[in-house]
Ligand binder design. Sequence first.
Ligand SMILES: Cc1cc2nc3c(=O)[nH]c(=O)nc-3n(C[C@H](O)[C@H](O)[C@H](O)COP(=O)(O)O)c2cc1C
Length: 176
Amino acid sequence: MWDFFKTVRHRHSVRCYQQNMPVEAGQLHAILETAVAAPSAGDLQAYNITVITTDSDRLKLRQALLEGGEFATEAPVSLIFSADGKRSAKKFGERGERLYAGQDATIAAAYAQLAIVAAGMASTWVGAFDEERLRSALDLPEHLKPVAIICFGYPNELPEPSPRRPLNEVVSYLDD
Ligand SMILES: Cc1cc2nc3c(=O)[nH]c(=O)nc-3n(C[C@H](O)[C@H](O)[C@H](O)COP(=O)(O)O)c2cc1C
């Protein structure tokens, strides 16, 4: 059992996956359960997750990918996180629709990325897609706004960890 900090440190974007190692249904279920464990505004979970596991669905996904996102069609599984502005707006009005629904969806996606590592796999967050083309390819209703694709599988590459900005550049203390 990996501890949490090790899981976080081992999450690197992987864009090449083992094609002969499918993702087992139990693993996928555990990843989805972890995603929905994320906090959400008003506990509304104002998002929807579309799961892509078949070749015919990967073809649909391909129609919406932009340059830099095409590799997603090679992944055994892709999860499309869509913000549900209508759901959040019921409680929070315009702020829910404009801000909270997108935040709910992105936090859930981040939790999924960590669960994928804990399950021994690897993912990449893909933002290079055309929102309208993705909505129509997946037949998503108007109130769902796709915000992230998390594609994953068993890794077939070992990427170099990318350096991070130093904390003193990113963090400010008000009393400095
Ligand atoms: C909002 C967002 C959008 C991203 N879009 C893409 C993308 O379209 N294609 C891609 O290859 N990587 C994409 N990435 C992955 C980043 O390139 C990657 O997280 C970053 O380079 C840091 O590397 P690491 O994930 O290995 O730590 C995206 C990441 C985020 C958070």
